[in-house]
Ligand binder design. Structure first.
Ligand code: DX5
Ligand code: ZN
Length: 227
């Protein structure tokens, strides 16, 4: 099933001292979702910010706030990120032993539930969870940092997930190393939400936001050309 491509810039590549204006700038330049990367220095070897920052950013986002939790444990913090105003909360399958409970907790807030898979985790791992998720996020880098190289072997995983999902209303999101070269590969394999950090923010700023627009359009056009 082919779905409209959505571009979700990751503010991991934005100016951390100016998140509000950065969110407004990417949305005005055509971003569909705003992707917010939360890292704890434990599940991944980098630290970003927590729910208070998400709550502060929220009023500056008109559309979808897509929160990607790279934290373990994750369950104690679901309430806080839901209360911060997330529209989508994605937790990692690898973040703990009780992913079913995690997904239930996310949905109990009326928030869409996503599950993220590290590059070493097979597509089949989500088979028992299909009725619990609104999104599966395929990590095409090892999570923790922006600007890493896309791992080509994940394309086959995207194809498998697309077959497993069929007509179910589950987004396939790609996170890591997405640019105009890799976007068509994952779009053709069935992905519909493309997260991009460095490829969106490169060369632009809140005072030169049109560069963000050019970058977003280049990724979108490359992906749509592959459908
Ligand atoms: C990586 C993050 C990504 C990251 C993507 O751990 O989850 O969202 O910002 O950055 P790029 O697009 O630069 O690979
Ligand atoms: Zn992410």
């Amino acid at each position: 099933m082919t779905r409209a491509i959505k571009i979700a810039p990751s503010i991991l590549s934005a100016d951390f001292a100016n998140f509000g204006a950065e969110c407004a700038a990417i949305e005005s330049q055509g971003a569909d979702w705003v992707h917010v990367d939360v890292m704890d220095g434990h599940f991944v070897p980098n630290i970003t910010f927590g729910p208070a920052t998400c709550a502060a950013i929220r009023p500056h986002i008109k559309g979808v706030m897509d929160v990607h939790l790279m934290i373990a444990p994750v369950d104690p913090y679901i309430d806080a990120f839901a209360n911060a105003g997330a529209d989508v909360i994605t937790a990692h399958l690898e973040a703990g032993p009780h992913i079913h409970r995690t997904l239930q907790a996310i949905r109990s807030h009326g928030v869409k539930a996503g599950i993220a898979l590290n590059p070493g985790t097979p597509a089949e791992a989500i088979a028992p969870l299909m009725d619990m998720i609104d999104l599966v996020c395929v990590m095409t880098v090892n999570p923790g940092f922006g600007g890493q190289s896309f791992i080509m072997s994940q394309i086959e995983k995207v194809r498998s997930l697309s077959d497993m999902i069929g007509d179910r209303p589950i987004h396939i999101e790609i996170d890591g190393g997405v640019d105009p070269k890799t976007a068509p590969l994952v779009a053709a394999a069935g992905a519909d939400v493309l997260v991009a950090g460095s490829a969106v923010f490169r060369g632009g700023s809140v005072s030169a936001p049109e560069v963000y627009g050019e970058n977003i359009r280049a990724i979108r056009a490359a992906a749509e050309a592959a459908l």
